[in-house]
Design a protein around this ligand. Structure first.
Ligand code: GAR
Length: 221
């Protein structure tokens, strides 16, 4: 008999391509998590349509329609608990969550962010990377605390910034790595392969076996 799959609540605000990556992963029988519900704070988010198409309960909680952050978070918490959610994944969810809300899911809230944190937290991470002129950037999955993209880092993937890149081309290159990294990080977290150690994590997983070093510009020869 196979082990019970972890129940994920996925929070979204936009297109939901990272949600789609999690939906696709969870559609495979050997994936250790299933998506119990998707909640968007933006009622028009395309992510809700992706959830419905996959037969996953999709809930719109318009954050602007609530009188306070506390009221919004109370409704959010009730929705997640009703769906018996064990882990919360922020997949392009563009709201900060309070320490009070996070205390309801201790050590069980993960976020994906389009930079190599701690560089470029907050909004427009790809634009920040272009403006700063870095040659390598990427994406990060981290545990969420009440700061802005400050919680313990679980997994990262790096991509080069190429000559002529604009925000759209760099975002697309990062996003395609996000779609691999988030399902991997969720798999590791829900199967107990990740231990929180203060501000850091210990990850019991095989090391990278390809592309061990990324140079930009490339090394001659
Ligand atoms: C992704 O690039 C994600 O990393 C970013 O929003 C995008 C959502 O795309 N999240 C943040 O910037 C959070 N700070 P998606 O809706 O297609 O998954």
């Amino acid at each position: 008999m196979s082990a019970a799959r972890a129940r994920l609540g996925v929070l979204v605000s936009g297109s939901g391509s990272n949600l789609q990556a999690l939906l696709d992963a969870s559609a495979r029988g050997d994936y250790p998590a299933e998506i119990a519900c998707v909640v968007s704070n933006v009622p028009t988010a395309y992510a809700l349509e992706r959830a419905r198409r996959a037969g996953v309960p999709a809930v719109a909680l318009d954050s602007k329609a609530f009188g306070s952050r506390a009221a919004f978070e109370q409704a959010l918490g009730e929705t997640l608990r009703t769906a018996q959610v064990e882990w919360v994944c922020l997949a392009g969810f563009m709201r900060l969550l309070s320490a009070d809300f996070l205390a309801g899911f201790p050590g069980r809230v993960l976020n994906i962010h389009p930079s190599l944190l701690p560089a470029f937290p907050g909004l427009h991470a790809q634009r920040q990377a272009l403006e700063r002129g870095v040659k390598i950037t990427g994406c990060t999955v981290h545990f969420v605390d009440a700061g802005t993209d400050t919680g313990p880092i679980l997994a990262q993937a790096a991509v080069p910034v190429l000559p002529g890149d604009d925000e759209a081309s760099l975002s697309a290159r990062i996003l395609s790595e996000e779609h691999k990294l988030f399902p991997l990080a969720v798999r590791l977290a829900v199967t107990g392969k990740v231990t929180l150690e203060g501000a850091c994590t210990r990850v019991a997983a095989p090391p990278a076996t390809q592309g061990l070093c990324l140079h930009n510009p490339g090394m001659p020869g």
